[in-house]
Write a protein that binds this ligand. Structure first.
Ligand SMILES: [Zn+2]
Length: 200
């Protein structure tokens, strides 16, 4: 009998540990960067705004298959201001926020993926998403960094901004023009979100 109580108390303490760590959200607000006259970065006919939208729609369908509710802040090529994005996102309860971008620099050799967060509670979300994106894309790791980008600084929910590679880097640009790469980014982000919900 004593043994039984011991085992039960072990199970209970294990359950309470995991329930503290798991995150309770059911909605992912997806923010495709730029749009309309705001093209984001550009190289020839490769526009960041199109890459962001395509990756975001792929992310949405992956997350729906996993059972999440999703809200994509734009579904075609039009402009939304940053304050509008934050206020649209704030309508959702039990939600997290993911802003999808591609990167640019005049140093053409720069490459890799990076994930930004602002609040401390968003840090582990950024870490899970960054490592899952790297696993899926086999891209270079530029790390997880704190930053003050408007949408992640002003969101009242866990919020991250992902940069899925450099439009300015020839080899990354050639990859991101292909569907498999944008799918790999979306799958990595979705997997990172699922790990964050399980493990906190
Ligand atoms: Zn951008």
């Amino acid at each position: 009998m004593k043994n039984l109580f011991f085992v039960l108390s072990l199970i209970l303490s294990w359950l309470s540990c995991t329930s503290v760590q798991a995150r309770y959200f059911n909605t992912v607000v997806i923010d495709p960067g730029h749009g309309g006259h705001d093209k984001g970065c550009q190289w020839g006919r490769v526009y960041e705004k199109h890459l962001c939208l395509d990756t975001s729609i792929r992310l949405e369908s992956n997350l729906r298959k996993k059972g999440y509710k999703t809200a994509v802040l734009r579904r075609s090529d039009y402009f939304i201001s940053l304050p509008q994005r934050v206020s649209m996102a704030s309508r959702y309860r039990n939600a997290i926020f993911v802003s999808v971008h591609y990167n640019f620099t005049w140093r053409q050799e720069a490459s890799g993926l990076e994930t930004f967060y602002h609040s401390a509670e968003s840090r582990s979300l950024a870490q899970y998403v960054q490592s899952s994106m790297l696993r899926k894309t086999r891209g270079d790791n530029r790390g997880v960094k704190q930053a003050r980008y408007y949408v992640i600084r002003n969101s009242k929910m866990p919020a991250i901004l992902v940069e899925c590679g450099f439009v300015s880097n020839t080899s990354e640009r050639n990859k991101m023009r292909r569907a498999w790469y944008r799918q790999a980014c979306a799958d990595g982000i979705a997997e990172g979100i699922a790990l964050y919900r399980q493990r906190g």
